[in-house]
Ligand binder design. Structure first.
Ligand code: NDP
Length: 327
């Protein structure tokens, strides 16, 4: 069991974690990234990416994450193939974390970039057809269904926003909800009901995603939650929008969170309540949730961590001088 020390310990390896690492390394913070169970994060389960700035041609999500990782390593980041299972922030800097390898990590600053996971329905065909018609991100994949029939599943803000977004690409959007009333904010509901491109389907659950002969999604099997009646709906794309869950299990009772479990930060900053602990990317952002915004807040976290560290060193020096004077 080894102990690894760093000025900047980064937990999580999506665009937020890697961006924090790139900035941290260039500021001589000698960062360590503990990659977690899904190195590269949510982008590794998407395929085509067309909205990350800087690439005129379509790029692949996993490739983009490999490039970010390589860039972070190139400027001096240490990557650890480990998953943090325990974190201690109660005593202030330095912060201690333990990996499931048994290794211990000590960071003068801590950057939390553990991300979020889209929730899935967990019904047959859903995972198998991921990237072949089934998606959890209309902003990422909606463009590929230009002029095609699509469905969105869910009744919250995300589902309604995704349905509205999809009308930019498709004239035939069905919103499938398990009740007869939406949870989404009224203003979003009004926009939805005004659109002649969106048809709501009430009291329906998706029982199965069924492929066609080409292996891509062909139709949905539905069940009426009131009558139990079953039916099918032919679609080219289906977007599951039943919420996201931030990966914050590690920090329960240790850092303030909102009701959905997202880490709370001081407005407009990545600063958590604990000085020296920063949160960036989807773990603190339930609104934008884009690779580019995650990268942006990762950069902010690194810059603030660097500033904190500079302050910390001055403070520690101060203590050292006081100690010398007292002798
Ligand atoms: P929500 O939890 O608000 O909504 C989830 C929706 O999915 C609900 O309608 C729920 O149905 C439905 N659902 C959940 N599980 C299942 C299931 N197993 N089968 C079928 N349907 C299911 O999640 P959102 O992602 O929409 O929003 C999360 C948070 O983020 C909210 O606080 C929201 O306000 C916020 N947000 C804000 C935005 C904004 O301000 N612009 C944009 C997007 C999100 P039911 O209603 O029956 O429970």
């Amino acid at each position: 069991m080894a102990t690894h020390r760093t000025k900047m310990l980064i937990i999580g390896s999506g665009p937020a974690g890697y961006s924090a690492a790139i900035y941290g390394a260039r500021a001589a913070m000698e960062p360590i990234v503990v990659q977690g169970i899904q190195p590269g994060g949510q982008l590794t389960i998407t395929t085509d990416v067309e909205n990350y700035p800087g690439f005129r041609d379509v790029i692949q999500g996993p490739w983009l994450m490999e490039e970010m990782k390589a860039q972070a390593e190139h400027v001096g980041t240490r990557m650890m193939w480990d998953t943090i299972v325990e974190v201690d922030v109660a005593n202030g800097s330095p912060f201690r974390a333990v990996g499931d390898s048994g290794d211990e990590y000590i960071g003068d600053t801590l950057v939390i970039a553990t991300g979020a996971q889209a929730k899935w329905l967990g019904v047959p065909g859903e995972q198998e057809l991921g990237g072949k018609g089934v998606s959890a991100c209309a902003t990422c994949d909606g463009f590929f269904y230009r002029g095609k029939k699509v469905a969105v599943i869910g009744g919250g803000n995300t589902a309604v926003e995704e349905a509205l977004y999809l009308t930019n690409h498709s004239d035939d959007v069905t919103l499938i909800h398990r009740r007869d009333e939406l949870r989404a904010e009224k203003i979003l509901q009004e926009r939805l009901f005004k659109s002649d491109k969106i048809t709501p389907m009430w009291n329906q659950t998706v029982e199965r995603f069924v492929p066609g002969e080409n292996g891509a999604l062909h139709h949905l099997e539905l069940r009426n939650t009131e009558t139990g009646e079953t039916s099918t709906l032919e679609v080219d794309g289906a977007f599951v929008a039943i919420g996201h869950a931030p990966s914050t299990e590690l920090f329960k009772g240790k850092l303030p969170m909102d009701d959905s479990g997202y880490l709370l930060v001081a407005p407009g900053t990545p600063k958590t309540e604990v000085a020296g602990v920063f949160a960036c990317g989807d773990v603190m952002d339930h609104v934008y949730r884009q690779a580019v915004t995650a990268a942006g807040t990762g950069c902010m976290a690194a810059l603030d961590a660097e500033r904190f560290h500079a302050g910390l060193e001055i403070e520690l020096d101060g203590h050292a001088h006081e100690a010398e004077a007292a002798e």
